[in-house]
Design a protein around this ligand. Structure first.
Ligand SMILES: Nc1ncnc2c1ncn2[C@@H]1O[C@H](COP(=O)(O)OP(=O)(O)OP(=O)(O)O)[C@@H](O)[C@H]1O
Length: 284
């Protein structure tokens, strides 16, 4: 089995909203960190919520660890560690008390690992967690997600609110988490430089649709952003054009096969995930 998570033809409509997840499919391979990228309201949290069963899907299949997942399956959910934007723990608890509560919730609760992360993140153990800053809350959520022997982490904006040093630390924790090739992470973030640092694969979502799903190596080796005039734009192989944006005096194009371009052409080097995101989101 190659993939820890497979999403096939997932559809979801919200009542009283024009938004829909429109038949989306993607996969998360074992041992990988997959970056989930899209602008505000693109559908990242909705996708993660339907995978977890906290939001009802209308159609489509979700397979985790090779098995079809249904909303009621508690056992499978124990194997999924989650961070969503807001913490759900009672604010009156301290970390010491929280650990005892979680030991009763998770069969695989590992107190030793939990306190290793709590110490690593320098979190106070006897302070009520409602007084925690956003960054401290995020670190606590992460310590919890990493301490019940989860095989898959669904992390929605898990690095936001953290200072650069804490972000570095956490990205190192992510890399370590997937190292044995038995576990994976799906990570959404607006801080694309974080994704750029750790992701093995990238999924771009726009308006409820997957625009691009690509391995980072493939992106680095074969993709490019080129700037050219209209005439040269027409000469680029249509299958290679992923997205483009017409500017006043030139066209900016994301191509998937940079070795097969008409010459001469200006390659934008180096390009960032932000550059790609802008073209996919704002371009055609
Ligand atoms: N409970 C709900 N009822 C109706 N519409 C909703 C609900 N939750 C989300 N939406 C809508 O679904 C769309 C996608 O929202 P979602 O939170 O999945 O986006 P996102 O990509 O996670 O955005 P962000 O980056 O801002 O967190 C938005 O238009 C939002 O208004």
């Amino acid at each position: 089995m190659e993939h820890i998570l497979e999403v096939q033809n997932l559809k979801k409509l919200y009542p009283n909203s024009n938004f829909a997840l429109k038949d989306i499919s993607f996969s998360v391979p074992y041992g990988s960190i997959v970056g989930f990228i899209g602008e505000n309201g693109a559908g990242k949290s909705t996708t993660m919520g339907t995978i977890l069963g906290t939001r009802r899907k209308d159609d489509g299949d979700i397979k985790v660890f090779g098995e079809m997942i249904h909303a009621q399956q508690v056992a499978v959910k124990e194997d999924i560690g989650v961070i969503f934007d807001l913490m759900n723990f009672s604010g009156k608890l301290t970390i010491n008390k929280l650990s005892k509560v979680l030991a009763n919730i998770y069969r695989q609760w590992d107190e030793k690992t939990f306190f290793t992360y709590v110490n690593h993140f320098s979190l106070p153990k006897d302070q009520e967690i409602e007084g925690f800053s956003r960054g401290m809350s995020m670190k606590l959520s992460l310590a919890v997600a990493l301490s019940h022997d989860a095989k898959l982490l669904l992390l929605d904006e898990a690095t936001s609110g953290l200072d650069p040093i804490a972000r570095e630390e956490i990205l190192d924790v992510f890399k370590h988490f997937v190292k044995d090739k038995k576990r994976s992470i799906l990570l959404s973030s607006h801080i694309t430089s974080d994704i750029e640092k750790v992701a093995d694969k990238l999924i771009f979502i726009k308006n409820g649709m997957i625009e691009l799903e690509v391995d980072k190596d493939e992106l680095l080796h074969n993709y490019a952003i080129v700037q050219c005039n209209q005439k040269t734009f027409q000469e680029i192989d249509v299958n290679s054009k992923v997205a483009y944006k017409m500017q006043d005096d030139h066209v900016e194009v994301l191509v998937s096969d940079k070795k097969n371009l008409p010459k001469p052409l200006t390659l934008k080097k180096p390009f960032s995930i932000d550059d790609i995101t802008k073209l996919l989101v704002k371009g055609e």
